[in-house]
Write a protein that binds this ligand. Structure first.
Ligand SMILES: Cc1ncc(COP(=O)(O)O)c(C=O)c1O
Length: 387
């Protein structure tokens, strides 16, 4: 679209999410792109497609939208968030050190502990919310730093800029898993990160009907590494899933707006309930990194973590008695979900680590969907008031 001709200086994010550019089928006039369900391409085609493991029009369309909303130079899409984690981790070699935030998504930890350690990767963990631990970067000199903010499931907010400033002085690449926020709430590359990773299965797609992941960067060398991993490790998504995610991302700004509005309200309402001992939400004044969250994030997002004054059995009773929240893995969809991290998303993390972090049987995580706010809060309060 010719922005200058239309006198539009810079389109807003709602516009960018909808106008994905080239459909690779312009001659048909199609408004929505087709699904390019082909494994291979005839040699000599004008867009240089070769074989779907290393690229497909549906990947390019989705990559283009994600680049626009993140304002990054490059994007590579993968078959899942975990495929994106694999792509980045596989660039490390035996003897390399990765310094991770102590609270990461359980399957990221499992990949480091159960897969890459076997190949000689050294994996260290630290609580990056402690400023003194940021200083450890220069002492430990890791080959890669792995962050997540807000973290899954404790919603710790890390000072991405401060950590990246320290790492960039030493030319240490930093990965930020931005799955809980997406580029609509924070842009890790603008804060100094080398790579911004997102599970597109979650908010980006938003309809819990496809799996995907993406890595965004402004660094050409890292982009080549990601394209190589996509092709060499077979981490590519399917054209159909990429098409679904492209469709989903069009409503991302609208969904985030509604989900955030509800989450802010619900997190406040639950603050005084006798069955709840702690509400964790980045934009709640009691959150330990409230000021940082306010300056780093455009909104508090739509994930809420709660500590209940209930034993394990009653915690599950509560989870299962909700009408609009399904007890299920995952997050970020239009439908609200509830999760018990200790036995679900973080089941693969050892008990000692979970205890140290505070991921216990009374901890639950809510993913607030697009239902009416009043219905969601009534549902939660009704279920809580049974105890
Ligand atoms: C923070 C975070 N990163 C990565 C992933 C992995 O994404 P996927 O399930 O698409 O592989 C998840 C999944 O829940 C997640 O919560």
């Amino acid at each position: 679209m010719g922005n200058k001709e239309n006198n539009i200086e810079k389109p807003g994010v709602k516009t960018l999410s909808i106008h994905h550019g080239k459909t690779f089928a312009e001659e048909t006039g199609c408004v929505m792109p087709p699904i390019f369900s082909t494994s291979t391409f005839k040699h000599g085609n004008k867009d240089n497609f070769d074989y779907t493991r290393s690229g497909n029009p549906n990947f390019r369309i989705l990559e283009n939208i994600l680049k626009l909303i993140e304002e990054s130079k490059y994007c590579t899409v993968f078959g899942s968030g975990i495929s994106a984690v694999t792509a980045i981790s596989s660039t490390l070699k035996s003897g390399d050190k990765v310094l991770c935030e102590s609270n990461l998504y359980g399957c990221t930890v499992r990949m480091f502990e159960k897969v890459f350690k076997k190949f000689g990767l050294e994996v260290l963990y630290t609580d990056f919310t402690n400023e003194n631990n940021v200083k450890k970067i220069s002492k430990l000199e890791p080959n890669l730093i792995w962050l997540e903010s807000p973290t899954n499931p404790l919603l710790k907010v890390l000072d991405i800029k401060a950590i990246c400033d320290e790492a960039n002085k030493l030319e240490i690449p930093v990965v930020v898993d931005n799955t809980f926020s997406t580029a609509l709430i924070q842009k890790p590359l603008d804060l100094g990160a080398t790579l911004s990773l997102v599970s597109t299965t979650k908010f980006i797609n938003g309809h819990s009907d496809a799996l995907g992941g993406a890595v965004l960067t402004n660094n050409e060398e890292w982009n080549s590494k990601m394209l190589f991993s996509q092709k060499a490790l077979g981490l590519q998504p399917s054209p159909f899933d990429s098409w679904l995610i492209t469709r989903g991302v069009k409503t991302l700004p609208l969904r985030i707006e509604q989900q955030t509005k509800s989450a802010e309200f619900i997190s406040e309402e639950l603050g005084n309930h006798k069955i709840i001992s702690k509400v964790i939400y980045p934009f709640n004044q009691e959150h330990p990194q409230f000021n940082l969250a306010k300056s780093q994030m455009k909104s508090g997002g739509s994930m809420i973590t709660l500590k209940l004054n209930l034993n394990k059995e009653d915690t599950f009773k509560f989870c299962k008695s909700l009408k609009y929240f399904s007890l299920a893995e995952s997050l970020g969809g239009v439908e609200s979900l509830i999760c018990h991290p200790a036995t679900m998303t973080h089941a693969s993390v050892d008990d000692k680590t979970k205890n140290l972090l505070g991921i216990d049987d009374a901890l639950i995580r809510l993913s607030i969907g697009c239902e009416d706010t009043d219905d969601l809060i009534s549902d939660i309060l009704f279920a809580l008031n049974k105890f």
